[in-house]
Design a protein around this ligand. Structure first.
Ligand SMILES: Cc1ncc(COP(=O)(O)O)c(C=O)c1O
Length: 408
């Protein structure tokens, strides 16, 4: 596999050349990533040239509407789904909230759903509230030592045939381990259950073929994936047409409008096409396919390889320290570059100390209260989280290690 041209990659992100950010190594990417130039250009163009109500017959409006459609079509193609199976909402949390309302109407008393205690609250709380409507909520629990979500433990939860939906993360925003989404979705399907996968922590590390994964719902947040502040939601047709429409009654015939009751943020939807531009440019620059799903897969491989090589020294360093507990696996393969550690003092305080050394990292619970609690982490202290992506430099990992050496 071609090696990632890191200088080219960083040139696509204006933040890296901002004078105010020089010397600052960014390790809070799981909170929100830097935005690529392609997205910024489209956002600027929309606001300056096309900021009118879209889909009207005059030129500026027609172009605006076309660009919004382009974003859905190109991102859907990269994710291996039909264009109208992809929709935008204000955030992943709001998207799951709307979906949970739809399931509230769809499920019958006595039906059951499965949620995990590995998820961020966004893919947990809204589903758990269905218990108020007589839906049985079953918790698929992580291993309290490793944070691992064992697929073998799912089967007994579904054995009585009552489970209609299984909600789980592609990867947790504190444990980092990449779950076997395809295997879990196949297991759920065999048991007659739909699946809702939170891909927020995984998507910044590569767009997966959601069609091949077999998820019925796949969610992620564009603002953590080099794009604008939008939640992106794939709902496969069979489920989307079966669930009751949550939008205006006269829009119920459009699959992509059924679970987005708010009017869309036109400019941000349009600018999301810049994420596809970036993935394609990344692939093409490295000799891969120039467009579509092929480019997305090639970019994914490039990104993962770089991230694994960046994870190696950091995980080796953290594993050698007795003064901290590494959350999740110490092996760089099979995990996202989202690395949390618990320490003898609040993660936020350590993050503040690191800031003095030019490290931008975060501390707290990251709304992963359930997994951290299940792993016995003191929630008052929370964790220090160091999260990065393919655009992170090896030099920045060394800067982080040197800073950690001073503060822990
Ligand atoms: C794994 C995970 N899921 C869901 C969310 C919520 O996403 P949003 O901010 O788009 O609601 C987050 C945000 O941090 C997250 O990390």
């Amino acid at each position: 596999m071609t090696q990632l041209d890191i200088d080219w990659v960083r040139a696509q992100f204006p933040a890296f050349s901002q004078p105010s950010l020089q010397g600052q190594a960014f390790f809070e990417n799981a909170g929100g990533s830097y935005t690529c130039q392609q997205v910024i250009d489209r956002l600027f163009r929309f606001y300056t040239e096309r900021k009118v109500q879209p889909y009207a017959p005059y030129e500026a409006s027609r172009l605006g509407g076309e660009e919004m459609d382009e974003a859905r079509a190109r991102l859907a193609a990269m994710l291996g789904v039909e264009t109208d199976e992809l929709s935008f909402g204000p955030s992943t949390t709001q998207n799951t909230y709307v979906l949970a309302q739809a399931f509230r109407q769809y499920l019958d008393e006595g039906d059951a759903i499965v949620v995990t205690n590995q998820d961020h609250e966004a893919n947990s709380g809204p589903w758990r509230r269905l218990a108020d409507e007589g839906i049985e909520v079953r918790e698929w629990q992580i291993d309290p030592e490793t944070g691992h979500l064992d697929p073998a433990a799912l089967a007994p939860l579904m054995a009585d045939g009552k489970v209609r939906l299984v909600c789980f993360p592609h990867c947790s925003n504190v444990v980092g381990e990449v779950n076997d989404v395809a295997g879990i979705c196949a297991q759920a399907k065999t048991a007659g259950a739909y699946t809702c996968v939170d891909g927020v922590s995984y998507a910044p590390h590569g767009f997966e073929d959601v069609g091949a994964l077999g998820a019925d719902i796949y969610l992620f947040s564009a603002y953590k994936t080099y794009g604008p502040h939008q939640g992106i939601m794939v709902i496969r047709r069979t489920l989307g047409e079966e669930l009751p429409n949550q939008g205006h009654y006269f829009n119920g015939g459009s699959l992509y409008k059924r679970f987005t009751p708010a009017g869309p943020d036109h400019a941000q939807v349009a600018a999301s096409a810049g994420m596809a531009d970036y993935m394609e440019a990344l692939s093409a620059h490295h000799g891969g396919p120039v467009s579509g799903a092929g480019a997305a897969r090639f970019a994914h491989e490039l990104m993962r390889e770089q991230e694994v090589s960046l994870l190696e020294p950091l995980l080796a360093y953290l594993s050698s320290k007795n003064s901290l507990r590494l959350i999740g696996s110490a092996s760089p393969t099979g995990r996202a570059p989202t690395v949390a550690v618990s320490l003898d003092r609040p993660g936020e305080a350590v993050a503040a100390e690191l800031a003095a050394h030019g490290i931008m990292a975060g501390g707290g619970d990251f709304y992963a209260v359930r997994p951290l609690g299940a792993m016995g982490v003191d929630l008052e202290r929370g964790v220090l989280r160091m999260s990065f992506t393919h655009y992170t430099h090896h030099g920045e990992i060394q800067q982080l290690i040197a800073a950690l050496d001073k503060v822990i």
